[in-house]
Design a protein around this ligand. Structure first.
Ligand SMILES: [Zn+2]
Length: 73
């Protein structure tokens, strides 16, 4: 089964250890967005001033890592 993950570090939050994981990219993006707004409201505001929602989504898409669970067995 494939899993997708997106770490906050990859979204320029170097001090945050949060990693969103899910079975679909949409799920991961939703989790990461929720976390980003709640945990980093200042950065989230700044990012939204600089980028459109679409651009932010694209940035998250680019940083999503695909994992194959079977590899770990
Ligand atoms: Zn974070």
């Amino acid at each position: 089964m494939k899993m997708y993950s997106l770490s906050c570090k990859d979204m320029d939050m170097e001090k945050c250890n949060y990693v969103a994981m899910g079975e679909t990219k949409d799920e991961v993006i939703k989790m990461a967005s929720d976390h980003f707004v709640k945990a980093h409201p200042k950065e989230a505001n700044e990012a939204m001033e600089k980028m459109s929602k679409e651009e932010l989504n694209e940035k998250m898409m680019d940083n999503i890592v695909e994992k194959d669970d079977e590899e770990d067995m």
